[in-house]
Design a protein around this ligand. Structure first.
Ligand code: G3P
Length: 218
């Protein structure tokens, strides 16, 4: 399973990259706003900086909601850097745009996906990634991980190449659950990735190893 980090924070992206397990980055307009990045040129420069830090795919989201606008913006974003994947919302014009991008060899991430029907449309349009938001489903008492499982099974049954990118991951257990149902990618907050490191028996065992070494070696 690939790990993407779901942030526009350059320090966090550097830290995840430095761990050696990062496969890419996802951003969205809310995450860019959280970092105080505004204005087209600043946003473009920020995407370029992210691409310089990581080796893998970097999702950059369009803010247009009409077909022509999505195409214009998506082509501009895709031209910024070969690592850019154009993130397009799950709306009618978005699906049409994903089909256009797919025909042109521009990679896409279909975002704001909350149902298996939406995931089917994204795959049929040729999306590179589909992003079901599991945390937001959990927020409304609907099992987000179950949706990931259903999409993975459906894509496998029909042989769709679209990768299932579990998004809106809130904690470490979400990552484990997505792994168990075969998600291709989990895009996670840095703390959720680092949470995978933790086990009290590791801490206890390491403390004992070091203490035993010190007994004989000073
Ligand atoms: O990848 C989508 C993600 O950024 C949304 O997460 O926590 O706002 O639901 P959240």
């Amino acid at each position: 399973m690939k790990f993407f980090i779901d942030t526009a924070n350059l320090d966090q992206i550097r830290e995840a990259q430095d761990m050696g397990v990062l496969d890419g980055v996802t951003t969205n307009p809310s995450l860019m706003a959280k970092e105080g990045i505004s204005g087209e040129q600043n946003i473009i420069n920020h995407y370029k900086k992210i691409c310089e830090i990581v080796d893998g795919d970097v999702s950059a989201e369009v803010i247009s909601t009409d077909y022509e606008g999505i195409i214009k913006e998506g082509e501009m974003l895709a031209a910024l850097h070969p690592q850019i994947v154009v993130k397009v919302p799950m709306i009618k014009d978005g699906i049409k745009a994903i089909k256009y991008f797919s025909n042109k060899g521009i990679r896409t991430n279909c975002t704001l996906v909350f149902s298996i029907g939406q995931a089917l449309l994204a795959a049929k349009a040729g999306a590179t990634y589909v992003s079901p938001f599991i945390g937001r489903l959990d927020d409304i008492s609907t099992d987000g991980v179950e949706l990931i499982a259903q999409i993975v099974e459906m894509y496998s049954y029909y042989g769709y190449a679209t990768e299932v990118l579990a998004a809106s991951i809130r904690h470490t257990m979400h990552i484990i659950q997505c792994m168990e149902v075969g998600a291709d990618v989990a895009t996670c907050p840095l703390d959720a990735i680092k949470g995978l490191l933790n086990h009290p028996l590791t801490d206890i065992g390491l403390a004992k190893f070091l203490a035993d070494y010190k007994k004989l070696n000073g």
